[in-house]
Design a protein around this ligand. Structure first.
Ligand code: NAD
Length: 239
């Protein structure tokens, strides 16, 4: 198994892409902490649900301390929790801007600021953050979301440098999925989804399991020489 004995934290792990990542990690031998505001939508041996709002800095510190006290260390962190609050820029409220940036971008910082140095101390680790095709190409009506997902790419390159500077193999990468069939697409009209499928080379939308496979790869020793990268998993999409 590729992740035998690893302690993994996956934010937003209660369902969707995060849920599939948790299940895939557990099947590869990891002990998985699914940190989410909601309850787990599935049952899987060795996946444990923890209540966490990643946008709450104090809650993230408490969560980190609790996980270290209970499990001893964190070998893998997947920053997956994310939300959308779409509108054209001229109509976008401060609340919609702040909420999306606080969850999707600051929420990543809130945990990595503790987990990254801890990985340096224990001699290595893997961090993967879920960006988006929208963070690379932009998208009409998603200024807040695009900014948060592009920010993740900058953080990924920064942390790949920062946490490797002592010669310890802490690898930091991102995955930029295309459109993947989960609840987050509930608000996107059907005809637009068809259009997005048509923009891919494979002419279909993605499945959350297909993102999970990339996360397993990036967090395993198979990716031992990959860091600072954003991997596109989007069926060959261009927005
Ligand atoms: N589905 C797609 O098409 C797609 C495409 C590109 C990127 N993404 C990204 O993938 C990630 C997962 O998305 P999904 O499609 O599985 O969405 P989803 O809505 O199905 O699941 C998101 C999960 O995150 C949790 N969450 C939301 N806010 C949180 C918070 N503040 N703290 C902790 N947990 C929180 C939710 O409770 C939920 O369980 C997101 O970052 C999203 O932006 C999704």
């Amino acid at each position: 198994m590729k992740l035998e004995g690893k302690i993994a934290v996956v934010t937003g792990g209660a369902k969707g892409i995060g849920g599939e990542i948790c299940k895939a990690f557990a099947k590869e031998g990891a002990i998985v902490i699914a940190a989410d505001m909601g309850d787990l939508s599935y049952e899987e041996k060795n996946v444990f649900g923890y209540k966490l709002n990643v946008a709450d800095p104090v809650g993230c510190k408490t969560f980190f301390d609790e996980i270290i006290a209970k499990f001893g260390r964190i070998d893998i962190l997947v920053n997956n929790a994310g939300i959308t609050r779409d509108s054209m820029t001229y109509k976008m409220t401060d609340e919609a801007w702040d909420l999306v940036l606080n969850v999707n971008l600051k929420g990543v910082f809130n945990l990595v600021r503790y987990v990254g140095p801890q990985m340096e101390q224990i001699g290595g680790g893997a961090i993967v953050s879920i960006s988006s095709v929208v963070g690379i190409f932009g998208n009409i009506g998603q200024a807040n979301y695009a900014a948060s997902k592009a920010g993740i790419i900058g953080l990924t390159m920064t942390w790949a440098k920062e946490f490797a500077r002592k010669g310890v193999p802490v690898r930091v990468n991102a995955i930029a999925p295309g459109y993947v069939l989960t609840d987050i697409l509930k608000t996107v009209p059907e005809d637009l989804l068809k259009q997005f499928a048509g923009l891919t080379m494979l002419k279909r939308l993605g499945q959350p399991e297909e993102i999970a496979k990339a996360a397993v790869f990036l967090c395993s020793d198979d990716a031992s020489y990959i860091t600072g990268q954003t991997i596109n998993v989007n069926g060959g999409m261009r927005l």
